[in-house]
Design a protein around this ligand. Structure first.
Ligand code: 13P
Length: 249
């Protein structure tokens, strides 16, 4: 059975004081759930968060990492640095990294490989832009992002992969993909993985939906059979909203 996951991507929000306050509120209000709950604060607050949540049910992820072991890469963070502060999950390929920081499929494939070589778990993000959906190219775009980012991996690597389908037009816009659109794409993703690998990998991989998930729509989105949870941006910054989304799953 694939696992249910609700992950909060805090992006470039919350200073250290705000991070501590949100973690405290979240820990106090965390509902009983079978789903895995993850938060991904900014790098500068990651070590503190990992320490705070050491004996908590809530897990911690990084928002990015570099593929190299170490070296002259000013401003970058390695897998070893993350593991050393007990962070073993990393988000790779977020559309904001692709769009604003020029991260290409090739670079992302290198990052995924480096993370897996270090026994980390990857939350791999992908999704089409509005123009691509309007032109009817969304399936093609998603297929090529998956192929270029992940399909060189050996079959056994897939147990360390979580997918996050995040249509770019739904991120931070208030506009969500309809539950039907999410289901349609998630089913397509499983079919694509079945063709590239096999049914058991396609059935076992958790596929999260991301893009303007909020308490008012989480229930309906999560009720779709191929949606295994969410990667939450804005609504993860308020404990009550994030908790309501966790309850929805
Ligand atoms: P929003 O929930 O703010 O639309 O962001 C989604 C996202 O990008 C999560 O990674």
């Amino acid at each position: 059975m694939r696992s249910k996951i609700v992950a909060g991507n805090w992006k470039m929000n919350k200073n250290l004081n705000e991070t501590k306050a949100l973690l405290e509120e979240l820990s106090g209000k965390l509902p009983k759930t079978e789903a895995e709950v993850i938060v991904a604060p900014t790098f500068v607050n990651l070590a503190d968060t990992a320490r705070t949540l050491e004996s908590s049910e809530i897990k911690v992820a990084a928002q990015n990492m570099h593929f190299a072991k170490s070296g002259a890469y000013t401003g970058e963070i390695s897998a070893d640095m993350l593991l050393n502060i007990n962070v073993d999950t990393v988000i790779i390929g977020h559309s904001e990294r692709r769009a604003y920081f020029g991260e290409t499929d090739d670079l992302l494939a290198k990052k995924v490989k480096a993370a897996l070589e270090n026994n980390m778990r990857v939350i791999f993000c992908f999704g089409e832009e509005l123009e691509e959906r309007k032109a009817g190219n969304h399936f093609k775009v998603v297929e090529s992002q998956l192929k270029n980012g992940l399909f060189d991996l050996p079959a056994d690597a897939w147990q360390h992969i979580v997918l996050a389908y995040e249509p770019v037009w739904a991120i931070g816009t208030g506009e969500t993909a309809s539950p039907e659109q999410a289901q349609e794409m998630h089913a397509f993703i499983r079919k694509t993985i079945t063709e590239a690998y096999n049914t058991s990998i396609a059935d076992e991989v958790s596929i999260l939906y991301g893009g303007s998930v909020k308490p008012s729509n989480a229930n309906e989105i999560f009720s779709k059979p191929d949606v295994d949870g969410g990667l939450i941006g804005g609504a993860a910054l308020k404990a009550d909203d994030f908790v309501a989304i966790i309850e929805a799953i």
